[in-house]
Design a protein around this ligand. Structure first.
Ligand code: NAD
Length: 501
């Protein structure tokens, strides 16, 4: 049997139970399904993977009330006890890593070579925040003359977590682990296009001993379950990952109940290659950062800015590499790019191919549909684009790279900052002063110099402008999931103003 066939055989074993009983919600520790269902399909061949319980306002209400009821005990539990439970969850994720990775590939179309590590990244998220749980409430002592001020942190309450369809397992753990470590309870509404691994995570947490009601799972549509979650009065905050315009809608929906929001939104991230850079390494990073994960990645470097003097040669070498990228079945270990998530998204990406050609950019590689089953598109490269074009301004979210040429540092910065987004930026130069100047001037929440995106969990993650509000990572996550309280203790000697004395 080939590697692809053994992966398929193992996947079949894992999917059988979902085919029989569907993917059901998990509310207050119980499996819950009503009469309404929707289907999740595989992007590989558009076949139905399983039916999914369609939650709406009633299920969200039950989940939010369960999270509210579970909150006091979970928040009061010693941080060391929460730490132990979160480590058990990480152990269980590792034990089921193969199942999680196979299901994620089949549900999202992401290639095995990347997804085989996704579960382990999820486990690492749990371990990282588990170890911080005992210190989550720590604050500062701020003495001021007659008073001793002491700050302390308190979990904000039940929170809603709304996640997108790209790399759903990793992103869900990235939100849920710090919320649980902080002492919050959670209602999770995963993306309707890739719900499989959210179900695995919820049952792993239950089986690892997370008390009922601490993590609740409600599947459903954005306008149904998603909206109801953002409007529910018992939910204190919403951690959302998804499109910028959905973020705006969530802000409006949550306004009535004064929701705190944390948004990780879209990007149109520049990678800037200066003539003095290590061009071999830059080329590797450019190709990796837009074509890995099918380009369905918020931090993908979807705009390549190359200095004029090196542009023809760099574009030539780039085109050769892009043309050689292996597109195929996501469960084949040789595959580098799999299918796009669904027909709607395929049509969106294809519409940008048409827009680029209509606006006069040069389609150097790809752009066409591959095969007639599933949503495969050839990795696409446009050169000769101008900054005002749609393909240089809007997020495509596919294996689609737009190349722009610049003369000098000032023009590079003008182009790089001339978009609505500001999530990440990548700078390639061997001139230290230039690296410092450019990274300082780039309007983005995260910059990598002479590197692809490499995450270090204690560092802040998030965007500026239309790319987000707030930061995750390290202690920044607790800033969102917790309230800071200040208590001032009088030392007893100061004069209190006397009224009516
Ligand atoms: P999306 O905004 O369409 O959906 C995300 C989630 O929001 C889904 O669960 C959906 O059901 C829900 N939703 C939709 N409408 C809603 C509403 N009115 N109220 C409440 N919930 C609602 O995004 P998507 O297409 O699933 O994901 C792709 C997007 O996510 C891209 O823009 C990408 O850049 C972004 N993303 C950002 C980051 C980051 O860290 N910045 C990470 C991953 C993905």
């Amino acid at each position: 049997m080939s590697d692809l066939e053994t992966h398929q055989a193992r996947l079949e074993g894992h999917l059988a139970r979902f085919r029989d009983s569907g993917i059901v919600n998990l509310i207050d520790g119980q499996d819950v399904a009503g009469d309404a269902w929707f289907e999740t399909r595989s992007p590989v061949d558009d076949s139905v993977i399983a039916r999914v319980a369609l939650g709406g306002a009633a299920e969200i209400d039950a989940a939010a009330k369960a999270a509210q009821a579970a909150f006091p005990a979970w928040a009061a539990m010693a941080g060391t006890a929460r730490r132990a439970i979160l480590h058990r969850i990480a152990d269980a994720i590792e034990a089921r890593a193969d199942e999680i990775a196979l299901c994620e590939c089949w549900d999202t179309g992401q290639a095995w070579r990347f997804m085989s590590k996704a579960a382990l990244r999820g486990a690492e998220n749990f371990r990282f925040f588990a170890d911080r749980a005992p210190g989550a409430r720590d604050g500062q002592a701020l003495p001021s003359g007659a008073h001793l001020n002491v700050t302390s942190r308190h979990p904000i309450g039940p929170v809603g977590v709304i996640t997108p369809w790209n790399t759903p397992f990793m992103l869900s753990t990235w939100k849920i682990a710090p919320a649980l470590a902080a002492g919050c309870t959670v209602v999770h509404k995963p993306a309707e296009l890739s719900p499989l691994t959210a179900r695995l995570l919820a049952e792993i947490c239950r089986d690892a001993g997370l008390p009922p009601g601490v993590l609740n799972l409600v599947n459903g549509q954005g306008e149904g379950a998603g909206r109801a979650l953002t409007e529910h009065p018992a939910i204190r905050a919403i951690a959302f990952v998804g499109e910028s315009r959905t973020g705006s809608a969530i802000m409006r929906q949550g306004a009535e109940t004064l929701k705190r929001v944390h948004f990780e939104l879209g990007g149109k991230n520049p990678v800037i290659v200066f003539e003095d850079a290590d061009l071999d390494r830059a080329l590797d990073a450019v190709v990796f950062m837009i074509y890995s994960l099918n380009g369905e990645r918020c931090t993908s470097s979807s705009r390549l800015l190359v200095q004029e003097s090196i542009a023809p040669d760099f574009y030539g070498r780039l085109a050769e590499r892009v043309a050689r990228i292996r597109v195929g079945h996501p469960l084949d270990p040789g595959t580098e790019v799999g299918p796009l998530i669904d027909r709607g998204h395929f049509e969106k990406v294809a519409s940008y191919v048409a827009a680029g050609q209509a606006e006069g950019a040069f389609l150097s590689v790809g752009g066409a549909r591959l095969g007639d089953r599933g949503w495969f598109i050839a990795p696409t490269l446009f050169t000769g684009a101008r900054p005002e074009m749609k393909i240089a301004q809007e997020e495509v979210f596919g294996p689609f790279l737009t190349c722009l040429t610049f003369k000098d540092e000032a023009e590079a910065l003008e182009i790089a900052n001339g978009v609505a987004y500001g999530l990440a930026g990548y700078v390639w130069t061997n001139d230290l002063s230039r690296a410092l100047r450019v990274s300082d001037a780039l309007e983005a929440g995260m910059i990598w110099v002479n590197s692809e995106n490499v995450r270090h969990l204690p560092t802040p993650f998030g965007g500026v402008k239309a790319s987000g509000i707030g930061r995750d990572g390290g202690d920044w996550s607790f800033d969102f999931y917790m309230e800071t309280k200040n208590t001032a203790f009088a030392l007893g000697s100061h004069t209190i103003p006397k009224l009516g004395a």
